[in-house]
Write a protein that binds this ligand. Structure first.
Ligand code: ISL
Length: 578
């Protein structure tokens, strides 16, 4: 894959499907591939170019498929390889591409590799995982799991601990072992030979750990700490990714896309990962903007939103990858709470305007936008009643650890209600009817009660719906070169309510401006915007052109204005009156 081959995804939009919650075609209460096939027409109308499927491989489902026990098959809960091939063919017939979710940092503890590795200290696969002796009759170091507790589990069979940065059922692979790297490359080749168009790689910047696995600096009151400095952007990660890219893609014709999920990645490393000359990855998911409202030591300790901090985080990444590399642009995924509840305003009076405003802000930036299932409807967080409503092992383990330590259970439940990954995993809301049209069976996860008014059926044909707004943003992305190539200049960075920036190419400019609050605001803009044309607004009667340098923005009022005649003609094709 050479740099010039990669340019198609810079004007593309990716849609993430969490198959378990998308659409159930056989009435067992779980989403499946048949459900995705049934809904491809919906995605065609939305206009997305690429579909990313969260893992559908055989798995004990300890972490909803992010614990893989066979990388080259389909879990029966989702269907069969034959159904996968049918789905892939239909996706390609629609002119879309398919990206698989590859969990490369760890496998399931039920994967044959690990079963063999744990069978004996002399197993030929012992060194495929990370085994260590106890230290002072305890864990080898003070590393904690992202899912609470230690990152080590004792295995009595062979009298050693094994490392798992996540659940004990997700043992980390030893990427320093060339056999592991080759095995993962072979798996990628197997799926590419089957016709897939790329990969999203799970916590791929964790694969190279610091030599010797040293203790992390302690935190008072914490027996274990998440040792990010010892595995984020580690010593050999770039070498391993370049090798993967070379061995898997180098001599393969076609248009592919690779995106690395990278918690904790720095801008400097992101430039290295996504510099097309280096041939590692096309883009990364960074986490700075989705951490601004979380305590650094506890994601469920909600700090509240400071818009200035959120703006600065995304603007930092716009600047960091302006010349070299490429940003992904996302608000949500299967791990993040619903953005309209988190950064918007899910009061029914402001829900739609704020969902559209947040979409406008993100999709106007430089990078490839990712839309998570239901985001295009403005789906909201779920009204959790208590611990019994949570299913995600991250949430369940966290709550249990708070109780074990005699912590504040009420505060923990409030944090889970706001921030838990369960918020993103409630069933897709297709209709106002039973189970939101997700399943004819008993849904594995409760359906949000607001599906009676918040659903595809009520938005699909409406010209002022959140769905229609996303559809227009996607069409702007496809039709306006300035959204791909324009430079990015933030405005009003210190304003606690207004989010504004410009994009410019020679002779053309767009202004993206939004009021991220209920209170109306008067905002001064440069004279260049007088007479500019409205590309997109989110409220009725948005002024189609500024007549002075003073804009009156209503609550959650978001607008994109364009200057430069070419943009008018380019956008006329979008049936857009200026
Ligand atoms: O939600 C998160 C971000 O705050 C983390 O808990 C998340 O687990 C982390 O971003 C890594 O996520 C990926 O790897 C995990 C899996 O549980 C997530 O679903 C996946 O996206 C382990 O495979």
């Amino acid at each position: 894959m050479t740099p010039q081959d990669a340019v198609w995804w810079k004007s593309a939009v990716v849609y993430q499907i969490y198959p378990r919650s998308f659409a159930d075609s056989n009435g067992d209460g779980f989403g499946d591939l048949g459900g995705v096939i049934d809904r491809l027409g919906y995605l065609e109308v939305l206009g997305v170019d690429v579909i990313w499927l969260s893992p559908i491989y055989p798995s004990p489902q300890a972490d909803n498929g992010y614990d893989i026990s066979d990388y080259c098959d389909i879990d029966p809960v989702f269907g069969t390889l034959a159904e996968f091939d049918m789905l892939l063919a239909k996706i390609h017939e629609c002119g879309m591409k398919l990206v698989m979710d590859l969990v490369v940092n760890h496998t399931s503890d039920e994967h044959p590799w690990f079963v063999e590795s744990r069978s004996s200290r002399n197993s030929p696969k012992r060194d495929w995982y990370i085994w260590r002796d106890s230290r002072d009759a305890a864990e080898p170091n003070n590393w904690g799991s992202f899912f609470s507790g230690s990152a080590w589990t004792w295995d009595p069979t062979t009298g050693q601990y094994y490392l798992h940065l996540f659940d004990r059922k997700q043992p980390d692979l030893n990427w320093d072992n060339p056999h592991v790297r080759k095995a993962m490359q072979d798996i990628m080749v197997w799926w590419l030979d089957r016709g897939v168009d790329g990969f999203r790689m799970d916590v791929v910047n964790f694969i190279s750990k610091t030599r010797g696995l040293p203790d992390a600096p302690g935190i008072p009151g914490h027996r274990f700490v998440i040792a990010v400095d010892e595995f984020v952007d580690g010593p050999h990660v770039h070498e391993y990714l370049a090798e993967m890219s070379r061995e898997v893609f180098a001599n393969r014709d076609g248009e592919f896309i690779t995106v690395g999920e990278m918690p904790g990645v720095t801008p400097d490393h992101a430039r290295l990962y996504t510099d097309p000359v280096r041939g590692e990855l096309d883009m990364v998911f960074q986490f700075e903007h989705v951490s601004v409202d979380q305590s650094p030591t506890n994601k469920f300790e909600y700090l509240g939103l400071d818009l200035v901090v959120l703006k600065a985080a995304l603007h930092r990444w716009q600047a960091a990858l302006a010349e070299t590399g490429w940003n992904s642009l996302y608000w949500q995924n299967h791990d993040q709470p619903r953005v309209v509840s988190r950064f918007g305003d899910d009061d029914p009076a402001h829900w739609a305007a704020s969902a559209k405003a947040l979409a406008t802000i993100l999709h106007g930036m430089r990078g490839t936008p990712f839309v998570y299932q239901g985001e295009e409807l403005g789906m909201t967080n779920y009204p959790f009643r208590g611990a019994q409503d949570h299913q995600d092992l991250e949430a369940v383990n966290y709550y249990a650890s708070v109780l074990d330590l005699g912590g504040d259970a009420t505060a923990a439940l409030a944090g889970l209600a706001t921030m838990s990954r369960d918020n993103a995993r409630t069933p897709m809301q297709w209709t106002p009817g039973c189970n939101a049209g997700f399943t004819t069976g008993d849904p594995w996860m409760p359906v949000n009660p607001n599906h009676t008014w918040l659903n595809v059926e009520s938005q699909f044909a409406a010209t002022d719906s959140v769905f229609a707004h996303y559809r227009t943003l996607i069409r702007l992305r496809h039709n306006l070169a300035i959204l791909e190539r324009g430079d990015f200049t933030p405005l009003m960075g210190q304003d606690p309510q207004i989010w504004a920036y410009t994009r410019r190419t020679p002779g053309k400019a767009i202004l993206v401006i939004a009021n991220c609050g209920r209170k109306a605001r008067t905002v001064d803009v440069d004279a260049e915007w007088i007479g500019a044309g409205l590309l997109l607004g989110n409220l009725p009667d948005t002024p189609i052109t500024p007549t002075s340098t003073t804009l009156q923005l209503a609550g959650w009022d978001a607008r994109i204005y364009a200057t430069g005649s070419a943009d008018r003609s380019e956008c006329a094709a979008l049936d857009h009156a200026f």
